[in-house]
Design a protein around this ligand. Structure first.
Ligand SMILES: Nc1ncnc2c1ncn2[C@@H]1O[C@H](COP(=O)(O)OP(=O)(O)OP(=O)(O)O)[C@@H](O)[C@H]1O
Ligand SMILES: [Mg+2]
Length: 497
């Protein structure tokens, strides 16, 4: 059972609750001063009360000690005056007085028990020998104070001593007095009880106060949770606001911006799906129109058939390209794990790609040159790297003028290599420079049919560059040309920027 309780306390969520922690801390902070103060004050009271009692009794004893010498009480105990004084003292302080002479014999005991007996106690002997003021011994457990006072007689010397004094103090006996401290302890008990009652009342007040305060303090956090839950369940759509604390405000701000991002993502996904459907539908519609118009003319000449079929084939080819591009994009979106890294000589790779694209360039009389500033080998995914280069050079050709130029340069420093594709084409308007990487974005949609783009090329390129932890940027001047710069780390492990 005890084990079970221990286990519960250890693993229970309760200790992780901010409310519980705050509550305990408040109670402790509230109660600690009260408890410490009670202990401190009571302790102080006890020692102070004992001191006062001791000094009172000592004064009385000293007066009586003087009288004892005057009345020669140590030799003759018949003096009634002394007897009355002793009686009064022992009644007053609820104690016992023993008068012991120089031979350690008890000459008077107010209890009447020890008279005539010899007392050999350390205190008595010490007091007898010493010149001091006697001894004090407080026994807190048995609740009494034991006080000794020497009975001193001043005798006149027959001739002055060496130091010039004419009198000498001689200890004739000792008064031993035990005083009960019952009354002190009783007062202490009463005080203690009162303090406990006060403390209990305080405890209840602090308890109630902490409980209310904790509820109030933690409420804004509960409101945040409630608001987020409501949003999750779809009751509300507008951003949450809990400005009670800076902390809740920060949480809520972070949550709102997350929400904003998710909404943007959702929007772009929806837009993507809409675009895909539209792009896929366009070639199919064309094919259908072409086919329908052929069917509508039962005796159409063979040349017409041939012409229409060529158009249909072109549309199908376009559809095929879109689907392939989309597949490439989706594949790249999946994860970095699909990277197929190997050490690639980029100079060779670029040469191969340019060789493949030159025939297309030649149709527009475009000259492609390559500038290898140095030999570059890097750890890259060869297929994706080809895709990047092909897309950029393809665009440089596609959006160029007749007899234009395309310049591909390759360079590297100790961390990165850069590929620059520069053309002398139509350029990209400043305001579109940020949009060209969006899927299906084309600057001039009306010409897309004749140029034959779907707007996926740069999206694929950018995603491939990012998979290589690189960057891509474009600079352009309308009517003059465009330069794309791709920067990629030479090694996968070396750079973490
Ligand atoms: N070198 C360039 N010069 C001028 N405009 C360019 C250049 N490269 C890209 N663009 C503009 O950016 C748009 C997006 O390019 P992207 O390569 O993504 O698509 P695309 O070439 O139209 O189609 P595809 O998917 O066949 O590559 C292009 O439609 C074009 O308007
Ligand atoms: Mg392109």
């Amino acid at each position: 059972m005890a084990k079970k309780i221990k286990f519960f306390l250890k693993n229970s969520k309760i200790w992780r609750s901010l409310k519980v922690r705050l509550f305990i801390i408040m109670c402790l902070i509230g109660m600690l001063p009260a408890v410490l103060m009670r202990a401190g004050i009571l302790e102080n009271y006890e020692s102070r009360a004992v001191d006062v009692r001791v000094s009172d009794v000592q004064t009385q004893l000293r007066i009586i000690a003087n009288h004892l010498i005057t009345y020669n009480y140590l030799q003759d105990t018949s003096s009634e005056v002394i007897g009355a004084e002793l009686e009064q003292l022992s009644n007053l302080y609820n104690g016992r007085v023993l008068i012991i002479n120089g031979n350690l014999k008890v000459v008077k005991d107010t209890y009447g028990i020890s008279e005539g007996k010899t007392i050999i106690s350390e205190e008595v002997i010490r007091c007898m020998k010493g010149r001091g003021n006697g001894t004090v011994n407080y026994d807190a457990v048995n609740r009494f104070i034991e006080i000794t006072i020497p009975i001193v007689e001043t005798v006149t010397l027959p001739q002055p001593a060496e130091d010039g004094s004419t009198t000498k103090e001689v200890v004739r006996g000792v008064m031993l007095n035990s005083v009960s401290t019952d009354s002190i302890v009783n007062t202490l008990d009463i005080l203690n009880r009162k303090a406990m009652i006060m403390e209990s009342i305080m405890l209840i007040c602090i308890f109630a106060f902490s409980l209310t305060l904790v509820q109030v303090l933690v409420r804004p956090f509960e409101r945040v949770t409630k608001a987020i839950n409501e949003m999750k369940e779809g009751y509300r759509d507008e951003p949450i606001s809990v400005p009670d604390y800076l902390e809740t405000e920060h949480i809520v701000e972070a949550f709102n911006s997350l929400l904003e991002r998710m909404k943007t993502l959702d929007d772009s996904r929806q837009e993507f799906v809409a675009n895909v459907s539209h792009e896929l539908k366009t070639p199919i519609t064309s094919v259908k129109v072409l086919a329908d118009s052929l069917l509508a003319q039962p005796d159409a000449p063979a040349e017409l058939y041939r012409e229409f079929m060529a158009d249909i084939a072109a549309e199908i080819e376009r559809e095929d390209k879109i689907i392939n591009d989309l597949l490439a994009l989706v594949k790249q979106d999946k994860s970095v794990a699909e990277m197929n890294i190997s050490v690639v000589n980029l100079n060779t790779l670029t040469e191969i790609i340019l060789k493949r694209l030159r025939p297309i360039a030649r149709k527009k009389n475009i000259e492609i040159t390559m500038i290898s500033k140095r030999q570059v080998t890097a750890e890259v995914d060869e297929v994706k790297m080809s895709l990047i280069l092909t897309n950029l050079v393809e665009n440089a050709i596609k959006y160029n003028r007749e007899q234009g130029k395309v310049e591909v340069s390759l360079d590297a420093d100790h961390q990165f290599f850069t590929v620059q594709v520069k053309d002398t084409g139509i350029g990209i308007p400043e305001e579109n420079l940020n949009q060209i990487y969006e899927r299906f974005f084309r600057v001039d949609k009306s010409h897309s049919k004749e140029i034959g783009g779907t707007g996926l090329g740069l999206a694929i390129t950018r995603s491939a560059v990012l998979l290589h932890r690189g960057s891509i940027k474009a600079e352009s001047k309308e009517g003059e040309g465009t330069t794309f710069t791709v920067k990629i780390p030479l090694s996968r492990t070396l750079v973490q920027v």
